[in-house]
Design a protein around this ligand. Sequence first.
Ligand code: SF4
Length: 491
Amino acid sequence: MHTKLDPWSSSEINDYSKLFEEFGISPFDNLLPEIPSPHMYMRRRVIFGHRDYEQIAEAMRIGAPFSVMDGFMPSGKVHLGHKMVMDQIIWHQEMGASAFVGIADREAFSVRGFSWQKCREIGVEEYILSLIALGFKPDGLIYFQSGCENVKDLAFELGARVNFSELSAIYGFSGETNLSHMISVATQAADILQPQLEEFGGPKPVVVPVGPDQDPHLRLTRGLAGKMSMFRVEERENANGGKYLSVRGKGAPKEALQELKKRIPGKVKLYEEHLDIIETPNYPFLERFGLQINQPEKKKYFTTEIEVGSKFVNEIKPPEFSEYEKYFVFKKIWKLTRKILEEIVAEVTAEFGGYAFIPPASTYHRFMSGLQGGKMSSSVPDSYIALTDDPKEGAKKVKRAKTGGCVTLEEQKKLGGKPDECSVFELMLFHLLGDDEELLEIRQECVSGTRMCGSCKQLAAEKMYEFLKDHQEKRELAREHLDEYKIIYKK
Ligand code: SF4
């Protein structure tokens, strides 16, 4: 059976690995070594997948501009599930991202039928106060979709590039779907692309941390990023099965094409099928962009064949490095060449008033389960902890939560517990214990039967009480300092 991803109904995904095959989401594990000081959710595999996060990891490593963007539909109480997303936005902001947070009131209006006033109240009282209390910095932008002219204009333009059949294939829309709902989908795509507008510094990698149910928005937006761009840098295949990079500009103005040709003098080819060694050239083409190739010892690097205009790099030396090293260096050159092309394309596009969107990246995190097992549901208050719950009530909910323990103490001592099926362990894993060692110890004690559920519940309840109390004090502070933040409201 195929997995259905629907952003508007609470999803429960039983087998996350299926998403890798079915939707082309890549596993996050392989990327972990490339991320400087990875977030707790990355280390603990709460974030299990991504699309194109390599570009974000690289931007963090080299200090290049990048953005994080996310949105919240103002539909009810802000809870620990929303905190997961907020934590990731704030972490990326700390890692150097410019941050954008959209309050999706257009979506709440069209899907839930909420008034604009109600959207504003919930947006501020629930989401914005908690976001700031958790550490969102004032240099980020927070906006209500209905008040953001950029987003509304861009949504309208995006709407011209998508038709009903595509929306219906991605979201399962039918003849019953109202028009505003469709517009809200274009608005979400505009939210995601907004950080790349000229006003915010132009094209750059943008990451959207989401649960897998939000992937349809990412798929739509990634497709639209390509369709809206004046030019596209693509990896293509030649007749021999080798890959090369090409720039295409379907529908671009003639003058823009001519300008592009001038700046990329001739063809840029980077073939993958021949591996030769060449002396590192003094590459003005790279220097122009302040880029340097990390040169291995002996000042040599590997590539296949690079032709930049009429300048052929052709000083071929006998191979001295292993195939692995060749592959590694080749990949580096490939990435650099692609980056340079994208920058030239972005320059020309901006001069001719077009768009040069880079398809957005995304990360996917596991859902929290309900405190009583099964799904979290906003209509069952005992299934989740709201960030505005009375701290004593929050602690009580932890004590009532379903564990992965056995029915009797004897059995548990003999067989051990099941932390992977335990809501209390999940709370500690996702939110309450920052220390990996301590968490691992609890896990081992649980599995080996030396830990009983009572002690976990006591520990988690105390931590929850402290967290909620502290968070709510910070929310009140945030309320006093709201006017120090850039927030765009509906006029
Ligand atoms: S001992 Fe702790 S981690 Fe293990 S099942 Fe009980 S509550 Fe969960």
